[in-house]
Structure formats: C-alpha cells, structure tokens
Design a protein around this ligand. Sequence first.
Ligand code: PMP
Length: 277
Amino acid sequence: MEKILAVYNSRFSNLHEIKISPLSRAYTFSDSVYEVIPFYNFELIAFDKHISRLRNSCNALNLVLDFKKTTKEILQLISESNLKNGYVYYQVSRGVDAIRSHIFNDNLSIETFGYVVEHVFKSQKLKVMLCEDLRWKRCDIKSTSLLGNVMSMNNAKKKACDEVIMHKENILTEGGASNLFFTDDKTVFTPSISTNILPGITRELLINEIKDAGIQVIEDEFNINDLKNAESIWLTSSTKGVAQVSDVFDLEVSLIEDHPLYLRCNKIFNEKFLGGC
Ligand code: PMP
C-alpha cells in the first residue's frame, strides 16, 4: 500500500497504520469539521484564510481546538512529505464517546486527524449535472456531514458527469465540492455568500484578483434561468482551481468553450497562485 504521511491526535505515522474508535463522533454523527489546504511549489496557498475558516467552523460547533498545534502539524506534514505540490486534509472531531449519545459529554478530548498527498493542479473541463440541493441550512460550516453532496455527485457520475450544480427551489447555490461562477460577455456572476453555501477560499481569492484587474463581479441571488443564458460557467475549489464547465446535463445552454473572459480570469488566478500553470 502507498505510504501517505498522516497525523492522528498529534502522532505522525503512515495513514494506513492509524486505528480509530468506532465511537469517534466523526464516525457516529459527523460531529466534525475539516479543511483542505493546498500547497504549490512548496508554498501554502492562502493558509491564513483556511485557518480562519477552520476557526469559524470550530466556533459554530463549539469545538475548542489548539490552533497553534494544528498549524504546526500541517506545516510538519508538508515539510516531512517533501512533496512539491499537493494538499493537506485536516479534520477536527469532538472526540470519542464512552457510548453513542446525541448529547455529548463536556469533557471529551478533541480528536484531530490529517494527512498530506500529492496533487497535480491542472486546468480541467467539467461535465456537470444540475440537481436539487438536498443539504441542511448550515452549508457555511465546513462539516464532514456531506451526504447530500455525496448522493448528488454519485448520481451525476452515473450520467458521466464530474460535478453537480445545485439549486434550492430554482435558486442556484454551489457545486458539490466547489463554488459556482458564470458569465455573459463581460461580467462575472456568482451566488452571494450565505448559510446555503461554503465560503470558498478559491472563490474569494479569484474575486479579489479579477476585481483588481478591473473585471466586474456581481455577487447576488441567481436562478436556473440566469444559468441558461450564461456564455461560460466555471467551478472553483482548492484542488480544481478555476475549472470551466463544458456541458450541463439536462439543461439547454450554449456555452462558449475557452471563453475569453474565462481564459483571462483563469490566467490571472493561475499566475498569482499556481506559478502560471
Ligand atoms: N463548496 C463546497 C461544498 C466544497 O466542498 C468546496 C471545496 N472544499 C468548495 C465550495 C470550494 O472551497 P475552497 O475553494 O475553499 O476549496
């Protein structure tokens, strides 16, 4: 089995050697939050923003994490891995119960788990499927409770799609594991931040960079009809970067492949964060 450097409750080892209790609340209740933190050319991308989002997720669930220790562990994973490009997955759970119980015991010890893997950051073209957003009302918390996303993305896979675009009763929310952008010929549109979407770090970085370059970005509420009129659609995430959508299954939309506005924004993002790759 491939060796993957990991850390569980501050102990470093091979990922496949870690044993956890089935009474971990991450296992029984998804009572846990996580981050995916990318690094490129040995440099972390927007590390402070990822830590700050992890802090928000922990605060929302009253998880008291030692952020100094977590930061140290993430940096150690990367340095010991010797990987040039990749990401760290880091998960924080409330801890291990004595017996499964919805109401947790106040003196549980926080359980942490992370690993580092190689990742190739490359431009992708995604086929996506439109679907109803099945999720709860706190999608702004980066919780490991992702069954709505998992069900939708696996249904999409059956239609040979790579991702989904979700909507709540016609109002567009986000991708299954990404944020949504679309454009007309000169303006970039994206659903505003709300408790219905994850405040993506890539989303924020991209918006800041392209606004600085003079491109108009409108953050608002959008619906499926708005998407039908799009000239280009993109999905953003820490591992996908800015990925253009080539086709939307079950939606009539005339997308322009390699749309000039997409190419411009993608270039701005890649030059700033991914060495222009
Ligand atoms: N929305 C969801 C549901 C996600 O899972 C992700 C990826 N973690 C994103 C958006 C994109 O967030 P980020 O750019 O911080 O990776």
